[in-house]
Design a protein around this ligand. Sequence first.
Ligand code: DP6
Length: 374
Amino acid sequence: RVSKEAGHDARDTPAHQAAADEAPLHEATVSAPVNIAVIKYWGKRDSKLILPTNSSLSVTLSQDHLRTRTTVRAAAEFSSDRLWLNGVEEDVAASARLCNVIATARQLRAAMEQADSTAPRLSTWGLHVCSENNFPTAAGLASSASGYAALVSALGALFELPQSATELSRVARVGSGSACRSMLGGFVAWQAGTMDDGSDSLAEQVAARAHWPQLQALVLVVSDRKKTVSSTAGMQTTVSTSPLFAERVRSVVPHRMAAMRAAIVARDFATFATLAMQDSNQFHAVCQDTFPPIAYMNDTSHAITSLVHAFNAAVGRVAAAYTYDAGPNAVLFVLRDDMRALVQLLTRCFPRPAAMSADAFYADPFAVFASPDL
Ligand code: DP6
């Protein structure tokens, strides 16, 4: 049994009741973080292998507030693969991506079993998977990223795969593009790659979290409702209809990737923040240029954007940045020394800050400022 997080007991879940009497136990529990892109991934050149049209770069958030925890168990007696997401059983066979991820991990295990005849034939056994998020699923908080990263990490641990996190990021990518970036911590680049088989489309660490401890993130939960247009469907329409998107991929992203990487290496907050805001704005402009247009941000999102610019104008420098994914929630970046002033402004301007856990985010570098119904 492998457990990468202490204190978790998934034995009350249906998968584990079903397997209660079986031995020996082949089980692993791993949790994985959410990542927030500061250079956005939007658009695929291959939708089966999930190969992107452009490289992207993200910041991995702390697992204290946003994470998926997944337990996988293999048993010869399991007649089929089954998965429970937040306690509710999902249809594994109905999800091509889930099936692809499990099949790819099984192939890696089968290669090991061929080389070692004493290894138990886990690649031929059924799997039961229990996965839970500690935040709203599919509300633009990158739950598919942490979800597939946790699944792949758990399968890697269960199958005792020798591959590195970067190598396994190829497997997570097949589940959801942004998931490959959640396989690593700190600042992570997903190289689009050029190969048709996706072998060079993987995630690698640009810098460890400890490289820039002053940098903090605030997640402002504007709405925890499910998003109206999925990322997958939205980006497909964008690729086929938006001329602005083609221009972004061709002439904007390559330069921005290099500049963002340099800003992180130099701990240059003003450049990091400016690029993050500009890239978020261009992503949402591309959504607007999609036909029919896609609107992920709402009035509260736009109000937060204005507030960040007002804050920066008031302090006379770029002290805070915003970014938005495929939903209305904001993620703000700010250096530790400016956190208090920014939070004071936010709590003054938005009426219901009660759900915010100030202690949590002062204590932790990447924490959550959750105010549902803001
Ligand atoms: C706006 O990774 O959810 O969050 O690959 O189709 O599963 P699929 O899409 P997904 O898209 C994320 C898009 C984004 C930007 C980003 O995270 O880079």
